[in-house]
Design a protein around this ligand. Structure first.
Ligand code: ZN
Length: 330
């Protein structure tokens, strides 16, 4: 046990994509998330960084991508987040299956897992994703974005991530240190990687679960893989306490890094998955009004002084808009 306040859950998940326009079209138009920030990779300003989230960019809802076009196709394997799951309202999976048919999305049959129904699918880069039907409470912290998907089906933040690990024991110790509790285990179907899925639950309602599977599968970072998963440490004090607590388990966290919309600490957990601890603030509305999120390229801090060169190096993209799509259809 540690003195750090437990994490409420996942803060964001960051993945690697190929073509930036294809990435925008799928995550905004097909899945209906809101582009809440259009920026650059702060470690590689020639690459975009897209943030897709709920209507307000609530912590626990943002799926972010680096579209690194020159990178090769990745391979999901051990030491990675193998699948990212989102919450959708109970009763909406028929809508989603129809939508996946209409949009030519690669999806699989529904499965039952821990008494919930799960619809697995892949994004255009082959990233494994799933939708989990859950009862969304009236006081849910997420706010649906309804430009492309109605509110009774809209994605409502993360449900879980699944980790593929060589030897899950030490990772499980880190998860417990972060305040997640083991809640259940379930045998995996015979054709799966690994034999058993063990679920750890955080204290919040969004991005609450981390599922752990012990397996061996060769991983390769590239298009269609997760780069890292971030967990919520709402305040700097929470984050500092958590940093100390995880350090005592033997991992080596970085110092705090200012990521402009949140402040971050990174470490590799014992099986090699890159974890991040992210503060809730200042948030995506700290430099753009809520109703204009994602409309223009935001260059944090010193990067603004290099805007001309940065824009020249980035591919042109068009953010899907419902009015624009309708006009195209006429
Ligand atoms: Zn991150």
């Amino acid at each position: 046990m540690s003195d750090a306040p437990p994490t409420p859950g996942i803060h964001h998940v960051t993945c690697i994509a190929g073509d930036p326009q294809q990435n925008l079209d799928f995550w905004v138009e097909t899945l209906g998330l809101r582009l809440v920030k259009r920026s650059i990779n702060q470690d590689d300003p020639t690459t975009y960084h897209f943030f897709f989230a709920d209507a307000e960019g609530t912590p626990g809802t943002s799926m972010t991508f680096f579209p690194w076009e020159n990178l090769r196709q990745g391979k999901v394997g051990t030491g990675q987040v193998s699948r990212t799951a989102f919450r959708v309202p109970e009763g909406s999976l028929d809508f989603w299956e129809d939508r996946f048919e209409d949009h030519g999305v690669d999806y699989e049959d529904r499965v039952e897992r821990f008494d919930e129904t799960v619809l697995p699918f892949y994004d255009p880069d082959g990233l494994p994703v799933e939708l989990v039907a859950v009862d969304i409470p009236d006081d849910d912290p997420t706010v649906p974005w309804t430009e492309f998907v109605p509110d009774d089906a809209a994605i409502r933040g993360f449900h879980s991530v699944t980790l593929w690990l060589g030897d899950s024991q030490r990772t499980e110790d880190v998860l417990r240190t972060m305040g997640l509790d083991e809640t259940a285990s379930e045998a995996l179907p015979a054709d799966s990687r690994g034999e058993e899925r063990t679920r750890f639950a955080a204290t919040g309602t969004v991005g609450q679960y981390v599922d752990v599977v012990s397996t061996t599968a060769t991983a390769r970072q590239g298009h269609g893989t997760v780069h890292h998963v971030a967990f919520q440490t709402p305040s700097d004090t929470d984050q500092s306490a958590m940093r100390t607590a995880v350090q005592e388990t033997g991992v080596r966290p970085t110092n705090q890094i200012d990521r402009h919309w949140f402040r971050s600490v990174y470490f590799r957990e014992p099986n090699g998955v890159l974890f991040e601890l992210a503060t809730s603030g200042p948030g995506y509305t700290s430099d753009e009004p809520l109703d204009e999120l994602g409309e223009k390229l935001v260059l944090p801090g010193e990067f603004e002084t290099q805007r001309g060169q940065i824009e020249a190096d980035l591919a042109d993209v068009t953010v899907p808009r419902a009015d624009r799509v309708d006009a195209d259809a006429d």
